[in-house]
Write a protein that binds this ligand. Structure first.
Ligand code: FNR
Length: 208
């Protein structure tokens, strides 16, 4: 698969000075030229409400379209109370609905967690992975990315100065490029049925 692949990145923090966003931006700076990474604007994605399934807000549609048109999804997240920040969980929920039309199905993914603490957002990282398992997304297993003590890796302008951290991000994003290439098709990347419907996590009905 030689074409340039499209990655959509979902960031679990809306904070202006977000460490997670800065780390993602540094990762974008060391990413191979064979991929493009776009950040999904989650600040506009309102809380999921099943009542709106028949007439979804434009930001829900935009998120779903952005993910559908991508070759892979990168989840970059801080940890809130040892779990997923609401903004990211909400985006996951929005993309998973309506039932049977999840945009996540089959999209290769990776998870990067970030924390000023020493555990590197391990809890958030694995709670994201729990969702992705149900959503039938093949998740890159190695290298894992739990970036702890993140407050120490930036200079005064918010750029990463640690060569080790940059090298780690370069290896991670290169591995992700190889990972998503295993699933990419020659042209269209949306997973559609012959009737043009998206495949989804329709096992929900049988499990609940
Ligand atoms: C946190 N923080 C945090 N950190 C952590 O390592 N484990 C945790 O469980 C939590 N819990 C938590 C809950 C809430 C509600 C907030 C606001 C914060 C601290 C968090 O890692 C820190 O604020 C980061 O800077 C948030 O990421 P961004 O916004 O810098 O990307």
């Amino acid at each position: 698969m030689d074409r340039k692949l499209r990655v959509v990145a979902l960031v679990g923090s809306l904070r202006r000075e977000s460490y997670t966003l800065r780390v993602l931006q540094a990762l974008m700076g060391v990413a191979p030229l064979s991929i493009t990474i776009e950040i999904a604007p989650l600040e506009f994605v309102s809380l999921y409400n099943q009542d709106q399934d028949d007439n979804p807000p434009p930001a829900w549609r935009a998120l779903r379209d952005q993910v559908s048109g991508s070759d892979g999804v990168l989840f970059a997240t801080p940890e809130y109370n040892r779990s997923i920040p609401g903004v990211l969980k909400n985006a996951i929920d929005v993309g998973s609905r309506p039932a049977g039309a999840s945009v996540w199905t089959g999209k290769p993914a990776a998870v990067l967690s970030v924390s000023p603490g020493s555990l590197g957002g391990f809890g958030a990282n694995h709670h994201v992975r729990q969702c992705l398992t149900f959503l039938d997304m093949p998740v890159m297993q190695q290298p894992e990315a739990y970036l702890g003590r993140v407050g120490t890796v930036f200079d005064a302008d918010g750029h990463i100065t640690s060569a080790d951290t940059l090298e780690f991000l370069r290896r991670f994003v290169n591995a992700f490029d190889h990972w998503i290439r295993r699933f990419a098709t020659a042209d269209s990347v949306a997973i559609t049925t012959s009737r043009g419907e998206r495949h989804g996590a329709d096992s929900y009905a049988t499990q609940h």
